[in-house]
Design a protein around this ligand. Structure first.
Ligand code: PHB
Length: 395
């Protein structure tokens, strides 16, 4: 016979009541953390991209909290080494199937973003491409949104600028893969339309490139300028060969996308960059109050680093995720989160941005910059811009 005053029974009832009230206080599912699988190169030749992304994500969460709309945000960081699409794909698969992430993010290079795209589609999980910049990436999955930029977007304004600034003949020189081919095609198209002449188009391999023979060929072709795209991390090697081979002394100008004069590398490139004209969506020298605060906080948290465009792609990726979660009231169902992201606008540290609801790419300002000495460092100082510019594509 049970005795209602039995102390054991009372303890059990009290425990059950406590459990029930605890459960009742938490609406179904809402207390579950939101897991974000962040896949970036933290090792290998593109490790600077991973370091920048990781630092920016940490800074964003330090400033905005580790939870949003009542949900804790958990970042699961994975190093894909930056060179193998198979590794990136396997990591994306594991994050979705085993860790049950609700969002995939990062993606340092185009072939790696391509590899993960089918996983996002199958799992119906938003994939925030923070870095990779070939124009066609969002077409690989309806779940992709991109918070960085595209190569056509930053190349087209530079082609216009060159044609208007006494540059009549150009050799294009790019890394031989997606973003480089985009940059080459758009430069050839737009510089040609504006009356300029591309006299040769050279492509260097992405892996273990030796830039010396290419710059020797540029020198022989004697163009007014060489237009360069190499992925971030590679610019210092190109600048060194440009100087060592005497191209500047031969009167050949260097113009480039901002990837080449990446802020992460600028302290090591130093004076070799002075005077180089480039175009990009972000410079650490962007003179807005938002950016001054960002650079100060970033360098305080990471005293040996200067934030670059990859950091900003990541910081804005987190901004997009947090804003979308606020809009859905913490609901992280893939299609709902994606719908909340589309068309979102905010003031980024790079300037005003909107996630185009159709292309799922950023509409943003593209700046023309000149590398100048500012205080004790060399910075890309913006002097002109094409405002609210959409990816023009390659066709
Ligand atoms: C890319 O692989 O898409 C990529 C990587 C680094 C850049 C730009 C594009 O700086």
């Amino acid at each position: 016979m049970s005795n209602p005053t039995n102390p054991n029974r009372r303890a059990i009832l009290a425990g059950a009541a406590l459990l029930a009230s605890g459960l009742a206080a938490i609406p179904a599912g809402a207390a579950e953390p939101i897991k974000v699988g962040l896949i970036v190169p933290m090792s290998g030749p593109f490790a600077s991209t991973g370091r920048q992304v990781d630092a920016a994500v940490k800074l964003f969460m330090q400033q905005n909290g580790a939870s949003v709309a009542g949900r804790e945000v958990q970042i699961i960081l994975k190093d894909d080494g930056g060179v193998s699409p198979d590794v990136t794909k396997r990591l994306a698969q594991e994050l979705v199937a085993r860790d049950k992430v609700q969002v995939l993010a990062g993606f340092g290079l185009t072939p790696l973003a391509f590899a993960a795209a089918p996983i996002a589609t199958q799992a119906k999980v938003p994939m925030i491409v923070m870095n990779a910049a070939t124009s066609s990436i969002p077409q690989r999955s309806p779940y992709i949104v991109r918070t960085g930029f595209t190569l056509p977007q930053v190349t087209a304004p530079l082609a216009q600028w060159a044609a208007k600034n006494k540059i009549k003949s150009v050799v294009t020189f790019v890394s031989d893969y997606g973003p480089g081919i985009d940059a080459e095609k758009v430069f050839v198209r737009d510089f040609g339309k504006a009356g300029g002449k591309v006299v040769a188009s050279l492509r260097a391999p992405l892996r273990n490139p030796d830039y010396a023979p290419f710059l020797a060929r540029v020198k022989d072709a004697k163009p007014d300028a060489v237009f360069v795209f190499v992925p971030s991390g590679e610019g210092a090697a190109v600048l060194k060969q440009f100087t060592d081979r005497g191209l500047a002394a031969a009167g050949i100008r260097l113009i480039a996308t901002g990837d080449v004069l990446d802020d992460d590398l600028m302290p090591s490139i130093g004076k070799a960059a002075l005077g180089v004209i480039s175009s990009h969506n972000y410079s650490a020298a962007h003179p807005s109050p938002e950016n001054k605060a960002f650079v100060a906080a970033f360098t305080k948290a990471n005293p040996t680093m200067r934030p670059n465009f990859h950091a900003v792609g990541a910081y804005d990726g987190m901004q997009l995720l947090y804003a979308a979660l606020k809009k859905t009231g913490g609901v992280s169902d893939g299609p709902k989160l994606l719908a909340a992201m589309k068309g979102m606008s905010w003031t980024s540290v790079r300037g005003p941005v909107t996630l185009d609801p159709t292309t799922r790419d950023m509409v943003q300002n593209v700046y023309i910059r000149k590398a100048e000495q500012v205080g004790d460092g060399v910075y890309n100082v913006e002097f002109d811009q094409v405002a609210n510019f959409k990816d023009p594509g390659v066709e």
